[in-house]
Design a protein around this ligand. Structure first.
Ligand code: E4P
Length: 217
């Protein structure tokens, strides 16, 4: 499973990228707001750090304006994936932009039927939001599983980009189901390294090592 980082925090992106943990980056208008930076400038900096797809989201609502915004965002760098919402106009924009050879990430997907439409419109990525479904007592992971089944049934090559990943268990379950990509905040990716038994084991090793009186260096 590929890891995209869901942030515009360039220091966090650099740290994870240096460890080989970054296959791409996703942003959205809320993430840009949180960064306090200009969308074109921060996206350009991210694209200079990361070689994989970097999603930048359009904000227009009608297809023609989305296409114009998408073309402008795509000028930032070769690895831009234009992010469009899963609306009828978003699907129209997806069809045109993907037809021009651009990567398109169709976002705000909450149903398997929406994912089916995005694949048919030529999306490179479909972004089903797990956490936001969990927030309203629905199972976001069921949606990932349904999309996996449908895409496999028909051989769609649109990649399932599990989004709104909030917990380490979301990450594990996405990998078990076979999501192609997950996008998660840096804190979730880093938390995947944690285990209480690792901490307890280290504590015991430290105590025993001190008793040996030895040194390695
Ligand atoms: C994905 O592309 C979105 O930016 C993101 O995963 C949304 O996550 P949230 O529901 O935690 O805001």
């Amino acid at each position: 499973m590929k890891f995209f980082v869901d942030t515009a925090d360039v220091d966090a992106i650099r740290e994870l990228n240096d460890l080989g943990m970054v296959d791409g980056v996703t942003t959205n208008p809320s993430i840009i707001l949180k960064s306090g930076r200009d969308i074109l400038e921060v996206t350009k900096e991210i694209c200079s750090i990361v070689s994989g797809p970097v999603s930048a989201e359009v904000v227009a609502k009608d297809a023609a304006a989305m296409i114009a915004e998408g073309r402008k965002l795509a000028e930032i760098a070769e690895n831009i994936a234009v992010k469009v919402p899963l609306t009828w106009d978003g699907l129209k924009a997806c069809k045109v932009l993907s037809g021009e050879g651009r990567m398109v990430n169709v976002t705000l997907c909450f149903s398997a039927n929406q994912a089916l439409l995005a694949a048919k419109a030529g999306a490179s990525f479909i972004s089903p939001f797990i956490g936001r479904l969990d927030d309203i007592n629905l199972d976001g992971l069921d949606l990932i599983q349904d999309i996996r089944t449908i895409y496999d049934n028909y051989g769609f090559d649109t990649e399932i980009l599990a989004a709104s990943v909030r917990t380490v268990n979301h990450a594990k379950d996405c990998a078990l189901i076979g999501a192609d990509v997950m996008t998660a905040p840096p804190s979730v990716i880093k938390a995947m390294a944690n285990h209480i038994l690792t901490d307890k084991g280290l504590e015991q090793f430290d105590k025993d090592w001190a008793k040996t009186g030895q040194k390695i260096l």
